[in-house]
Design a protein around this ligand. Structure first.
Ligand code: CDP
Length: 205
């Protein structure tokens, strides 16, 4: 298909957005953009000594290929640069162009349904309790060899949620017309089925 169709998926840290977004994109043959990776790449450049606004304005495709972007340290740096209005502004055009590409797109992040793509055809807000999210992220990080504790991961998740929800610019929140999926008591597979049902209903009324 050559039409545009945008699926916006927002929610707090480690709620399962990434897995669900990838699976939805694969199901419909849409392109997928993990917008958190943009902020992580800016955060990683800042940790390497680049000034935040400069880091966002001069972000290159290869910055997204670094293999340290998923660490807890980079996650914290990402949420710190993400409060800066000029950093966010520098990343808007790329995200909007991606969203309207022919063939459909899934974008996941914090402000996709509210700020980046307020006219997205589908908006989902994927969430879960902080404890469930911390456990999932703990298993993911330790599975990749990062040495950490559940308490540390929970503190990280809660600090980022707090910063993401309470910032002045594009705070994390569900769009008024988003479907909220609480995955606290759902497997990711079950959450995916809820999401797919919603999307199919909207695509084929
Ligand atoms: O993977 P996880 O859910 O832990 O985080 P992420 O999606 O990779 O995002 C990392 C950080 O980037 C978040 O804590 C936010 O501060 C920021 N972010 C944002 O402000 N806006 C977005 N659209 C995506 C991420």
């Amino acid at each position: 298909m050559t039409d545009t169709f945008t699926i916006a998926i927002d929610g707090p840290a480690a709620a399962g957005k990434g897995t669900i977004s990838k699976a939805i994109a694969a199901q419909f043959g849409f392109a997928h953009l993990d917008t958190g990776l943009l902020y992580r790449a800016v955060g990683a450049r800042v940790l390497a000594g680049v000034e935040p606004i400069e880091a966002a304005k001069t972000l290159q495709a290869e910055d997204l290929d670094r293999d340290d972007l998923r660490t807890a340290e980079v996650a914290q740096a990402a949420s710190k640069v993400a409060v800066i209005a000029e950093v966010r502004a520098a990343l808007v055009d790329f995200q909007r162009a991606f969203a309207r590409r022919a063939g459909g797109a899934v974008l996941d992040g914090r402000d996709i349904g509210t700020v980046i793509c307020p006219n997205a055809e589908v908006k989902l807000y994927v969430t879960a309790s902080a404890e469930v999210r911390a456990r999932r992220r703990f298993l993911e990080l330790t599975g990749k060899g990062e040495v950490t504790s559940l308490e540390t991961v929970l503190a990280d998740v809660m600090a980022r949620d707090d910063r993401d929800m309470n910032r002045a610019e594009a705070p994390m929140k569900a769009a008024a017309d988003a479907l909220t999926i609480d995955t606290s008591e759902l497997s990711i597979e079950q959450a995916l089925q809820v999401a797919l049902k919603e999307i199919s209903a909207l695509r084929m009324p």
